[in-house]
Design a binder for this molecule. Structure first.
Ligand code: GAL
Length: 373
């Protein structure tokens, strides 16, 4: 279904008919309103009938346009969703949540796998536009591609919700039918630091007066990776704790890379490592494998924190094999994204500076983990 094209066609038809009616087919007729157009035009009865008919047609076309817009908001709208790559643990839970909500509301939804390739995703966006989707939900591959993505959807006039990778407010201000739904990654970083501050020795297991850590980072192009890296450590230093970074490596959100980095660092730094910060849970699960293989015990001689609250991580928090994690609320974000999309479909536009909608992160520890399982 190409509802947006139908809407445009119906609105254009209505506008043409209204203007025809207002002019009464006679350039000397005042165009003040359809009611006085006919008498003022001094036309014959036949001509007046034609004008009345045109007014009826215009009304009908306007009604059809409203009906089409309503249909796009409710049942049957066609939604294109672009995910940066399907092979990402957190984005898989997010994608499943989106699918359940959208299909539950009667939308027809198509998901595309960007395969971590921005050129591929650009093609997918263009194809969705050519197919006449009513709205797009896009998880960009590269945050740096935001300008181009925004220009493309603006050109096509397609209401768009960006998710997971936040552009700047300035970039978004280019298009008022665009909104970002996500989380403020600074919050998750701060919470990771707090999880360490909440331990009995505030992370200083060997009592040498400083917290020695390794940082396993997500894709560093991504603001989530940048902020979590910065704010987890900042929470410690803000609390007056001295820190020592033994290593910082990119693990690109990937479990295997998390495992490899932790394994190498454990071999290199051994007992010096007191804290393993991972920008997400999938890398933390990989790091846990390396920690256990090295004969270390989480919460006794090393601390380990992640972000996302993946099921696997929740189990490890419950078992005491992870110090804690931070809920990255996939369901809440999916609900927020669909709600924002429906507002856009209903005609809402967003003012510059008001285009980011945030969902809160939540700290997960052994004390509250059952609330999330
Ligand atoms: C983060 C999430 C990561 C990864 C990333 C992809 O918010 O914590 O696990 O999915 O998004 O951009």
């Amino acid at each position: 279904m190409k509802l947006s094209k139908k809407v445009i066609a119906a609105v254009m038809a209505a506008m043409m008919l209204f203007s025809l009616t207002a002019c009464g087919g006679n350039s000397s007729t005042p165009a003040s309103s359809t009611d006085d157009a006919a008498p003022a035009a001094d036309t014959s009865n036949d001509e007046a009938a034609v004008v009345d008919e045109a007014a009826d047609d215009a009304e009908q076309a306007a009604q059809e346009a409203a009906d089409s817009a309503a249909a796009a908001v409710g049942e049957g709208g066609n939604i294109g969703v672009c995910i940066y790559k399907f092979d990402d643990a957190f984005m898989t839970t997010y994608r499943n949540a989106l699918q359940e909500i959208l299909e539950g509301k009667g939308y027809t939804v198509t998901f595309m796998d960007g395969k971590n390739d921005q050129a591929e995703q650009n093609n997918q966006i263009n194809n969705f536009i050519a197919q006449g989707v009513d709205a797009l939900i896009i998880n960009p591959v590269m945050t740096s591609a935001a300008d181009q993505i925004i220009a493309t959807v603006k050109d096509a006039g397609v209401p768009t919700v960006l998710i997971n990778r936040e552009p700047t407010a300035e970039q978004m201000s280019a298009y008022d039918k665009l909104v970002y739904v996500g989380c403020d990654a600074r919050q998750s970083g701060t919470m990771q630091g707090e999880l360490i501050l909440d331990t009995v020795n505030k992370g200083d297991i060997n009592g040498d007066g400083k917290v020695s850590y390794i940082m396993i980072q997500g894709d560093p192009e991504n603001i989530d990776a940048q902020y979590r890296t910065e704010f987890s450590v900042k929470a410690l230093t803000d609390a007056g704790i001295e820190v020592e970074e033994l290593d910082l490596q990119r693990g690109d959100w990937d479990r295997n890379k998390g495992q490899e980095i932790a394994q190498n660092d454990l071999a290199k730094f051994g007992d010096e490592i007191e804290v393993v910060f991972c920008n997400n849970d999938d890398m933390a699960i990989g790091a846990l494998q390396a920690i256990q293989a090295a004969g270390r015990t989480v919460n006794e001689d090393i601390y380990l924190v992640g972000v996302d609250a993946l099921d696997a991580a929740l189990n490890e928090v419950a078992n005491g094999n992870m110090t804690g994690t931070v809920l990255n609320d996939a369901k809440g974000q999916a609900e927020g994204a669909v709600a924002a999309m429906e507002e856009l479909l209903g005609g809402k536009t967003y003012a510059s500076g008001e285009q980011s909608i945030y969902v809160d992160y939540v700290k997960v520890t052994p004390d509250n983990v059952t609330d999330f399982q």
